[in-house]
Design a protein around this ligand. Structure first.
Ligand code: AKG
Ligand code: FE2
Length: 306
């Protein structure tokens, strides 16, 4: 299976020895396959969660509409004119137990389902913090000063209604994720996700059961002072099968100024972006409809145009 994978592979069990691979993957691609992470996220939890997610997305539409979001895109998104094959349910911050509780109540989750959701979001949050800290340390930044434990972690479960008629159509339009990093449990059998490489070509991400995909977002690009790539990606309908994925987005605190740590700014690496608040950047993406990372150009410092 591994030979089918063209994007970089990072072995979580060997993470401390993978720093140079991690940096290369983050700079070149802005994404990688994460393998061997079952000490934190057991295979059974991944498969139990997939079953659960399918049943939540199969709920009657009037129940799904109860899943109201805290911020734009954080609650139920019904199929729309922009993405007619796609719908999702979600919650703003898995670090906040009350948010997770509310999500479960909105969708009438059983006690067993609640327990699975709690365990899953906790495990994925732990994974995303470990990856975030390793990324920082790999760049020579003290991760203890990042405050990463308090960064919100948005959770979204996605369903793609792929039919024979929709083969060749987009499931989700090209975009970057706005946060720091995304951990994606993609469908174990149905492909369609494509990431853009440095040459601007879309590369299919083949399904690889029991592994995860990690994507870096716009926040990682700004935080790393332009070193990390915010990977552009999209989902295309390749076959007439329902596709389900689970995305967990490690964001950045809304009202905190986002800027690179001091270690990453010097005469050779002048500051690329003006400092700004993450919530303002999200608003900028929405108001300009620049959802594939282009809005970052509006935040360039004068020096980065030289
Ligand atoms: O469903 C997928 O594989 C990707 C979903 C995605 O890119 C997102 O939710 O931001
Ligand atoms: Fe995405």
């Amino acid at each position: 299976m591994a030979t089918k994978c063209t994007i970089p592979i990072i072995d979580f069990l060997d993470l401390p020895n993978q720093m140079s691979n991690l940096i290369a993957a983050s700079e070149e691609w802005g994404c990688f396959r994460l393998i061997n992470c079952h000490n934190i996220l057991p295979v059974t939890l991944m498969s139990d969660m997939k079953v659960l997610v399918r049943s939540l997305l199969d709920l009657p539409v009037e129940i799904k509409h109860r899943n109201l979001g805290v911020i734009v895109d954080s609650g139920y998104m019904a199929p729309s004119s922009k993405n007619p094959l796609y719908e999702s349910l979600g919650l703003y911050n898995t670090v906040c137990c009350a948010d997770v509780d509310k999500f479960c109540s909105q969708l009438d989750a059983s006690p067993h389902q609640r327990e699975t959701i709690m365990k899953y979001v906790e495990a994925v949050h732990e994974l995303s913090m470990r990856i975030g800290k390793t990324l920082a340390e790999s760049l020579g930044v003290k991760s203890a000063n990042m405050g990463i434990e308090k960064w919100p972690c948005q959770f979204r479960i996605n369903k793609y209604h792929f039919t024979p008629e929709s083969v060749g159509s987009p499931g989700v339009q090209i975009h970057t994720d706005s946060g720091f990093l995304t951990i994606l449990q993609d469908d174990e059998g149905v492909g369609g996700l494509e990431v853009m490489n440095k040459s601007g070509e879309f590369i299919p991400v083949e399904p690889w059961p029991d592994t995860l995909l990690v994507n870096l977002g716009d926040t990682a690009k700004v935080w790393s002072n332009g070193r990390f790539c915010n990977v552009k990606h999209r989902v295309q309908c390749k076959e007439a099968k329902i596709r389900v994925s689970i995305a967990s987005f490690l964001l950045f605190p809304s009202e905190t100024v986002l800027e690179p740590p001091l270690e990453l700014v010097d005469d050779d690496h002048p500051r690329r972006y003006v400092p700004f608040m993450y919530q303002d950047y999200r608003k900028l993406r929405l108001s300009t409809k620049l959802e594939a990372g282009e809005a970052l150009a509006l935040l360039h410092t004068p020096i980065s145009h030289k």
